[in-house]
Write a protein that binds this ligand. Structure first.
Ligand code: SF4
Length: 266
């Protein structure tokens, strides 16, 4: 199995001790504000400084990886198509047998969608997704010699592949930072952290791209997604163990009240 390699840096004890301290030049207001009010008040320049410091902190505690399992760029593309509105866990349960029997674009291009439905029927919208996977495989064989293209424009002509999917595959499989994949977790966390308060994921992506250095775009996406999945959950954010509590205007307590050692996501 070939998860994308982690780039989590080493964590020194000094960094651990400092983890929950407020950054001196980025004090958040004592008076609670909504993310929207904070976003308006903060302004772009300071937000960029906060975002960079926040990313450095996040990098100490949250790995840079997808949770989807795959061995090749094509298998990652199939897994991401299957994961739309579904959990990575459900996709990872289905794909080992699918990839064992149909490991590449050529193999999947040769079957009818109904033949792969039994493999993926535990994933929601499996009929549509089966069609998308087979049509994508056929397009890759016809136009790209069975390989996954490395250009956003080419990727997004494939069925079932929007900008978000293309961002994940380009960034994770090829280290190409074309954009920032904003899923439901990254969107929610971006709002709570007041990095963007827009509701349209495309607009959120554009704003995040302005805040973070291009070389970090894929890592920003992976780390925000993991933070949202395991700590900044939709119903009950676990602020007490959140590594970026000191940067968050939506926090439910002061950083001093949080755990001294934030939770790691590895
Ligand atoms: S401090 Fe709380 S609300 Fe803010 S990012 Fe962390 S878990 Fe989410």
């Amino acid at each position: 199995m070939a998860h994308s390699r982690s780039t989590t840096g080493s964590t020194t004890s000094a960094a651990t001790a400092a983890a929950q301290k407020k950054p001196p030049d980025l004090e958040l207001p004592v008076k609670r504000m909504t993310p929207k009010s904070f976003f308006r008040k903060e302004g772009k320049r300071r937000r960029k400084v906060r975002a960079e410091a926040l990313f450095a902190r996040l990098s100490q505690y949250v790995e840079n990886r997808t949770e989807l399992t795959y061995e090749t760029p094509f298998q990652l593309l199939v897994a991401v198509i299957l994961s739309a509105n579904a959990t990575d866990v459900s996709v990872n349960k289905a794909t080992p047998k699918l990839f064992a029997d149909y490991p590449d674009a050529k193999a999947l291009a040769a079957v009818e969608p109904s033949e792969i439905e039994p493999y993926v029927k535990s994933i929601n919208h499996y009929r549509n997704k089966s069609r998308a996977v087979v049509e994508t495989a056929r397009a890759l064989v016809e136009r790209h010699n069975g390989e996954v293209p490395r250009q956003m424009e080419e990727m997004t002509t494939l069925r079932g592949v929007g900008r978000k999917t293309a961002n994940v595959v380009l960034g994770t499989a090829f280290n190409i930072n074309e954009g920032i994949a904003v899923d439901t977790h990254a969107n929610r966390v971006s709002t709570r952290l007041a990095l963007s308060v827009d509701e349209d994921p495309k607009q959120v992506e554009a704003e995040l791209m302005e805040l973070f250095e291009r070389q970090h775009w894929t890592a920003v996406s992976h780390r925000l997604i993991l933070l949202g999945r395991y700590i900044c959950k939709a119903r009950k954010p676990a602020c007490r163990v959140c590594p970026v509590i000191a940067f968050c205007p939506s926090r439910e307590m002061e950083p001093e009240e949080a755990e001294a050692e934030p939770r790691r996501i590895e």
